[in-house]
Design a protein around this ligand. Structure first.
Ligand SMILES: Cc1cc2nc3c(=O)[nH]c(=O)nc-3n(C[C@H](O)[C@H](O)[C@H](O)COP(=O)(O)OP(=O)(O)OC[C@H]3O[C@@H](n4cnc5c(N)ncnc54)[C@H](O)[C@@H]3O)c2cc1C
Ligand SMILES: *[C@@H]1O[C@H](CO)[C@@H](O)[C@H](O)[C@H]1NC(C)=O
Ligand SMILES: *[C@@H]1O[C@H](CO)[C@@H](O)[C@H](O)[C@H]1NC(C)=O
Ligand SMILES: *[C@@H]1O[C@H](CO)[C@@H](O)[C@H](O)[C@H]1NC(C)=O
Ligand SMILES: *[C@@H]1O[C@H](CO)[C@@H](O)[C@H](O)[C@H]1NC(C)=O
Ligand SMILES: *[C@@H]1O[C@H](CO)[C@@H](O)[C@H](O)[C@H]1NC(C)=O
Ligand SMILES: *[C@@H]1O[C@H](CO)[C@@H](O)[C@H](O)[C@H]1NC(C)=O
Ligand SMILES: *[C@@H]1O[C@H](CO)[C@@H](O)[C@H](O)[C@H]1NC(C)=O
Ligand SMILES: *[C@@H]1O[C@H](CO)[C@@H](O)[C@H](O)[C@H]1NC(C)=O
Length: 575
């Protein structure tokens, strides 16, 4: 009986609002395929990775200097899987070698993704835009005035106020009703209580990304190469007191090798912005890392640096799927509850997968996971999944509705590590996050889920749930979906601890591997070598704000301005 109810809950009429398709892709005069690049070239700054931090950094430095920005992926412009809010999930489930998303599965058994596109993670993410807390900025030692100016610089191009329709409003009201107070309205600021945050999706549901920050670039100062995969940072080691970065080797789409070198100039630099997987991986591939591991891969050791790839962190995400008796809007994250115990409550609703639903996909944020869950885990063979998927697409105007209430824990305190698997930069390294190893992380998860349960039971949320579906039934439903590769226990509906562990997912805020203080100094300079910095999410000791992208983009701008100012000061009074 209950089973039937769940099915019918998942088979409502899904109201889809088509989005306007007119779209003006900027045609950056400085953006080219790497195949067009000369075999050897020279620049003041060479930036490895046109991602969330790399784009604002390159745009800023190009104001005064010659900059080469190397991105292994293609352009995000004109790709509806990226630009279209409703397509969230399409890019993540596209496993082709040209996909903007490269899937990886951590040793923990959690399915994850890393960007492979100009704009980086900001092209794949759920768009939520929220600043770091003022206390966070103070604690890491950033200069508050420049931080605020840098956020504003980013927001001018890519941040918007979300539409807040019925379902998201019910979550907001539910949060306040259950005591996540005060209600702070719409703000980018990180403040305790419930708020509406920013989003990088505009009023038409069109995504804006870090690549849009290249509109700020000086076209004469920047060269942007797409499908340019860096294989190695080149160091000068002879006749210098310590290793000195002097250029990079990269390959174009045809596999042809190119070299780019720094022009003469004491302050010119190579800057690594390849993200939390890419940056530690590239350091190791270039000979900077734990020497034992490098030697095992026959990599010549430039600097024995045991901290590279250490303390990798991923904030666990756990969600409860709630089928809705009435239609819900398609929404990604718009509201957040910032609790007093280190858990952030967010939500997403509606059908977020486009018509393509890959056979081997594990749906996240999609009510289709409820549908797939009707195939019992043991019988979830590729054939059975294919049948279920075909059955779903046969349903006219495919008709799934409901949403996810999710919680992300602050921090986290549990840490892991990253190791090379091969010497090929296109291959994923092996990553371990050790979710919930620290008891405090588990406590934060359980307390977050309790708030979610209260919201589901709240008066404000009542019209978006079936009274007949009890909380334990909802927990069972979510746990029966293929959210990760872990075994599921029978007690998930009675133990939130077990539910946390068995249904752990990622919110894709993974960070670390090149920590400030361990691998880079306060100025993001790689410790022990010259002319090399790392500026991206790999440097975070703690995930900033409720969601990091605002701060990653801010950091790119912030460090660009600081590097320029230091240099101008030095050039004015050299000695
Ligand atoms: C699915 C998903 C949902 C998310 N949701 C949100 C959200 O709603 N809100 C939020 O704030 N954050 C969200 N995040 C997190 C946020 O997007 C990331 O933390 C952020 O984008 C990381 O930025 P980064 O600059 O460190 O790395 P990236 O943006 O990944 O940039 C690294 C770049 O380097 C390139 N690169 C790597 N190796 C090489 C190489 N060898 N040669 C050349 N180029 C290379 C990559 O292609 C990539 O473009 C989400 C992330 C994902 C994936
Ligand atoms: C966005 O995706 C939806 C669902 O796939 C599609 O119907 C719509 O046309 C897309 N909009 C654009 C602008 O591509
Ligand atoms: C983009 O700009 C380049 C250089 O300015 C030009 O050669 C090219 O034709 C333009 N492409 C489009 C699609 O407008
Ligand atoms: C969009 O994603 C689907 C898979 O999810 C893939 O088949 C399709 O080729 C992608 N489209 C583009 C333009 O990348
Ligand atoms: C930065 O902005 C926040 C609000 O967004 C404010 O609280 C803080 O005082 C500002 N910091 C400085 C140094 O101006
Ligand atoms: C390293 O080099 C040795 C000797 O040339 C070779 O036997 C070994 O297979 C190489 N290992 C790797 C991981 O390439
Ligand atoms: C916000 O909550 C945290 C955690 O409970 C607390 O440490 C902090 O002091 C609070 N901040 C404000 C401004 O109330
Ligand atoms: C949840 O699943 C367990 C194990 O399969 C089962 O014993 C329990 O009755 C289920 N609870 C509900 C409410 O469906
Ligand atoms: C849930 O059940 C499993 C296996 O039956 C057991 O190992 C685990 O301790 C239980 N979890 C809790 C939190 O009781």
């Amino acid at each position: 009986m209950e089973f039937d109810l769940i099915i019918s809950a998942l088979l409502g009429i899904f109201l889809f609002h088509g989005l306007c398709s007119s779209e003006k892709a900027p045609n950056y005069s400085f953006m080219r395929e790497a195949t067009t690049a000369p075999a050897i070239s020279h620049y003041d700054y060479i930036i490895i990775g046109g991602g969330t931090a790399g784009c604002p950094l390159a745009a800023t430095l190009s104001e005064k200097y010659s900059v080469l920005l190397l991105e292994r992926g293609g352009s995000p412009y004109g790709n509806p899987n990226i630009t279209n809010l409703s397509a969230f999930g399409s890019a993540l489930s596209d496993l082709s070698p040209n996909s903007p998303s490269q899937r990886f599965i951590s040793e923990d058994g959690v399915i994850n993704a890393r960007a492979r596109v100009l704009g980086g993670g900001s092209c794949l993410n759920a768009g939520f835009y929220s600043r770091a807390a003022v206390e966070y900025v103070r604690a890491v030692g950033w200069e508050g005035g420049l931080v605020n100016a840098s956020y504003a610089w980013v927001e001018e191009k890519v941040a918007f106020q979300p539409p807040m329709r019925g379902w998201q409003s019910a979550v907001r009201d539910g949060l306040v009703e259950v005591g996540v107070e005060p209600y702070n309205g719409f703000t980018y600021d990180h403040v305790n209580g419930t708020k509406i945050g920013g989003t990088t999706f505009d009023a038409d549901g069109r995504r804006h990304t870090a690549a849009d920050l290249l509109e700020y670039a000086n076209p004469k100062g920047i060269t942007l190469l797409l499908h340019a995969t860096v294989h190695k940072i080149l160091f000068k080691t002879k006749g210098v007191s310590r290793p000195l970065a002097r250029g990079v080797i990269f390959r174009d789409a045809l596999g042809k090798i190119h070299k780019a070198y720094l022009t003469r100039g004491e302050m010119n630099e190579v800057i690594l912005t390849s993200g939390a997987l890419g940056s530690p991986q590239m350091l190791m591939l270039s000979g900077v890392g734990p020497s034992k591991q490098l030697k095992a891969h026959n990599i010549t050791v430039v600097l024995d640096q045991p901290n590279v790839g250490q303390r990798m962190m991923d904030n666990p995400m756990n969600a409860i799927f709630v089928p809705s008796p009435i239609p819900v809007e398609v929404s990604l994250i718009e509201v957040v509850g910032i609790t007093s115990f280190g858990s952030y409550i967010e939500a997403a609703s509606g059908e977020n997968f486009a018509e393509h639903y890959a056979l081997n996909d594990y749906g996240m944020f999609s009510p289709k996971i409820g549908q797939l869950s009707t195939v019992p885990p043991k019988r979830r063979t590729p054939e059975a999944l294919k049948k279920a998927i075909n059955a779903m697409s046969a349903l006219d105007d495919a008709v799934f509705r409901g949403g996810f209430l999710l919680e992300k824990i602050m921090g986290p305190l549990s840490t892991g590590h990253l190791e090379l698997r091969t010497r090929n930069p296109n291959d994923n390294p092996s990553v371990t996050f050790n979710y919930f190893q620290q008891p405090e992380d588990l406590r934060r998860c359980v307390n977050g889920l309790k708030i979610i349960e209260n919201i589901i039971e709240s008066k404000s949320f009542s019209k978006f749930r079936y009274d007949s579906l009890s909380l334990p039934a909802l927990l069972n439903l979510t746990a029966s979906a293929p959210v990760n590769l872990l075994p599921k226990h029978d007690n998930v509906s009675v133990s939130l601890e077990q539910f946390c562990k068995d249904t752990v997912m990622t919110i894709w805020h993974y960070h670390g591997g090149c920590h400030v203080g361990d691998v880079v100094d306060q100025d993001y300079k790689v410790i022990g070598v010259d002319k090399l910095r790392v500026i991206d999410g790999s440097t975070f000791n703690y995930s900033p704000g409720t969601n990091p992208q605002a701060t990653v983009m801010m950091l790119g701008r912030y460090m660009g301005v600081r590097i320029m100012n230091e240099r101008l000061a030095k050039e004015k009074s050299p000695n």
